[in-house]
Design a protein around this ligand. Structure first.
Ligand SMILES: NC(=O)c1ccc[n+]([C@@H]2O[C@H](COP(=O)([O-])OP(=O)(O)OC[C@H]3O[C@@H](n4cnc5c(N)ncnc54)[C@H](OP(=O)(O)O)[C@@H]3O)[C@@H](O)[C@H]2O)c1
Length: 305
């Protein structure tokens, strides 16, 4: 029986990962920040000693992309320091570790990319934001400390029922505005937290070789394409979503124009990657709609991360 410990279990992905593990009958302990603060060495040591996990999944992170630009040291303490502490604890305990990471480790520059080829797992990272730099440092901290038992699972464009995200924001805006302007020049893979959870579980059950894996949906679209699909699912006229350029929106952290991640490592492992983004959205939508309608104040605009 595999014992799982999930750090950051109060977050959007952490909640769905703990639920997915429990639903599969796994032995799982999920700890939110109050139960396990990854910036506190004693908290990490105590949690690993108390629960003696076989696998630790780090879903904790500083995910405020814009705020990180002016607070990189604090973001680093969570995203790299926290990952390093958990990895050191896993090394002592003989546990495997999954570090959840992001497309923001790449430059995301469409112009410089050769015919928009998806980023391979071993493509050279070149983060353009403070958030991306801190997440890359977290990846390296884990892979350096756990060369035989560390995994980096990069995801992108996440949505789920238990957090603010783009899908929930669009559900809210469709109700409130006659039209919404959405950027049409950023390309990526909208990805459901439940699918990432399943993929992490499959990775561990497959006894996968350590290294980097990309847990994003297959296919690709733009935020505009995603918003139109959401309006369609709501029975609203998709023409109420209007395309705009990123240059119309100024933000502290630049958003990647191209965030599509390749799935070669899954093919080598013999585990199917996450399926098409549109299929997943349709499957997830009733749960997101119920969450949003039950908590109309709960969603904030949070594309990316
Ligand atoms: N959301 C996306 O679109 C996206 C895209 C790519 C990658 N990712 C990655 O996916 C993972 C999960 O993201 P998410 O969307 O689930 O983020 P989230 O909802 O913001 O969850 C992150 C959790 O980490 C917790 N946390 C912050 N500092 C902590 C600390 N010092 N110790 C312990 N826990 C701490 C937060 O607790 P508080 O609420 O108390 O701060 C929060 O519950 C992260 O690694 C993120 O980088 C996300």
């Amino acid at each position: 029986m595999t014992r799982w410990l999930v750090a950051g279990a109060g977050g959007m992905l952490g909640i769905d990962l703990v639920a997915a593990l429990a639903a599969r009958g796994e032995t799982v302990t999920g700890l939110d920040r109050a139960g396990l603060d990854v910036t506190d060495a004693a908290s990490v040591t105590d949690a690993i000693a108390a629960f003696r996990p076989d696998v630790v999944v780090n879903c904790s992170a500083w995910t405020a992309v814009d705020d990180a630009e002016a607070a990189e040291e604090r973001a680093l303490a969570v995203n790299a320091g926290g990952a390093a502490r958990l990895a050191a604890g896993c090394a002592v305990a003989g546990a495997r570790m999954v570090q959840v990471s992001t497309d923001y480790v790449f430059a995301g520059d469409l112009v410089a990319r050769d015919a928009a080829r998806p980023y391979a797992e071993d493509d050279v990272p070149a983060p353009r934001t403070a958030y991306g730099r801190t997440k890359l440092a977290g990846e390296r901290a884990v892979l350096d400390r756990l060369p035989g038992s560390g995994y980096v699972v990069r995801t992108a464009w996440l949505y789920g029922a238990h957090g603010g995200n783009f899908v929930r924001t669009m559900i809210k805006l469709e109700d409130q505005r006659p039209a919404v302007d959405v950027v049409d020049d950023q390309h990526g893979q909208p990805t459901w937290t439940a699918d990432v959870a399943s993929q992490i579980i499959a990775l561990i059950h497959a006894a996968a070789p350590p290294g980097i894996y990309h847990a994003t949906s297959s296919g690709q679209t733009t935020w505009f394409g995603l918003a139109r699909e959401i309006f369609g699912l709501l029975g609203a006229d998709p023409a109420r979503v209007r395309p705009v350029s990123s240059s119309a929106l100024s933000r502290p952290a630049p958003r990647p124009a191209y965030s599509v991640l390749g799935h070669g490592a899954w093919a080598r492992l013999g585990v199917p990657p996450i399926g098409d983004w549109r299929t997943a959205l349709h499957q997830a939508f009733p749960e997101l709609l119920a969450a949003q309608r039950g908590d109309v104040a709960g969603a904030t605009a949070a594309p990316g991360r």
